[in-house]
Design a binder for this molecule. Structure first.
Ligand SMILES: [Cu+2]
Length: 332
């Protein structure tokens, strides 16, 4: 007994060191969780957000992002000062598989991912790294990677609560619902044959920005008379949409069978159900041209004149999978 005690005493520091080495790798590889995007049951309300969007971890830790909406997103870490590229190009290129590593020296991006998919990033080096979604410009976050000796401000429970609160705030935005109802009423009063193409709101915290988007045509089913013109306007500050009748073009960016009116609206004409008319991307004029390959003025309004009676369904070519569809009924 005495002997074993004395062995432990004499070798104590070495044992402690060995035990420390056995424990350290577990501490250094803590596994954090976060989510990407969220939606309500109809998929018409979309939270374009990293939930949460600011996390403090230790060097050597992993973060696993779970994608939580049918709307696509990316988890992307660019190099310092790297120019952001279109989402179908990546940063450039996409990480293969479900894991990657980021230390700031080489960019890392998932492909556009959707509900149920996961991606895990290892952070071997300390630093403060900006997180972006290449699909949605107002969807950013930051991962703070501290050295192992630094104290972390929060644990996973805190982030789970924060994500749940942010999600609730984004998806139950009463102000936006009221605003939407008021604008719809105003449009009815003026009887302008106009359709709102989505609405949205960008909010932020210290970690970055997030967008709430209503991906629906408001007053989507309209009844008019032959010879009338319907006009669509996008009220979302960040999310582009299209108005697409007939065949969906391979590239949704550019208009098909529409010309520019002198007041800046694009204008198409439909005389039968066989006609195809496409708006291209309709969006509020952005600060930069990130969605567009050429520096042109964006399409802010789109109109179609219906010359004959019939029923004409239309979609948003970007978001029809979320249920963004409408119909114009033309009476004689
Ligand atoms: Cu859309």
């Amino acid at each position: 007994m005495k002997r074993s005690c004395s062995i432990l005493q004499s070798q104590g520091p070495r044992w402690l060191l060995l035990m420390g080495l056995m424990v350290l790798p577990q501490v250094a590889r803590a596994q954090w969780k976060a989510t990407v995007g969220a939606e309500n049951r109809s998929m018409g309300h979309q939270a374009l957000a990293f939930l949460p969007n600011e996390i403090w971890i230790h060097a050597g830790d992993n973060v696993t992002w779970t994608f939580n909406s049918v709307e696509i997103h990316t988890v992307t870490f660019l190099e310092l000062a790297q120019v952001r590229l279109p989402f179908d190009v990546g940063c450039p290129g996409f990480a293969s598989g479900e894991t990657g590593s980021f230390d700031g020296s080489t960019c890392l991006s998932t492909a556009p991912l959707t509900k149920g998919q996961k991606f895990t990033v290892a952070f071997p080096a300390i630093g403060n790294f900006k997180l972006v979604c290449l699909v949605h410009q107002n969807m950013t976050g930051v991962i703070h990677v501290l050295s192992v000796g630094e104290r972390l401000p929060h644990w996973q429970d805190f982030y789970d609560d924060e994500a749940a609160q942010q999600l609730k705030a984004l998806l139950s935005d009463d102000d936006l619902d009221r605003e939407q109802a008021q604008i719809a009423a105003d449009h009815d009063d003026r009887n302008t044959n106009s359709v709102m193409v989505g609405m949205g709101e960008v909010t932020a915290n210290g970690g970055g920005s997030r967008t709430f988007s209503v991906m629906r045509f408001m007053d989507a089913a309209k009844t008019i008379h032959a010879g009338d013109t319907v006009e669509w306007t996008n009220l979302d500050p960040a999310t582009p949409h299209t108005i697409t009748f007939g065949v969906e073009p391979m590239n949704p960016v550019f208009p098909v069978n529409a010309i520019l009116d002198p007041d800046g609206a694009l204008h198409g004409t439909i005389s039968s159900a066989a006609d195809s008319v496409h708006s291209g991307l309709v969006l509020a004029t952005p600060q930069d041209q990130m969605f567009l390959p050429t520096p042109t003025l964006t399409v802010t309004r789109f109109r179609v004149t219906f010359t004959h009676a019939g029923v004409f369904p239309y979609i948003c070519a970007l978001h029809d999978g979320l249920g963004m569809k409408g119909k114009i009924t033309v009476l004689p």
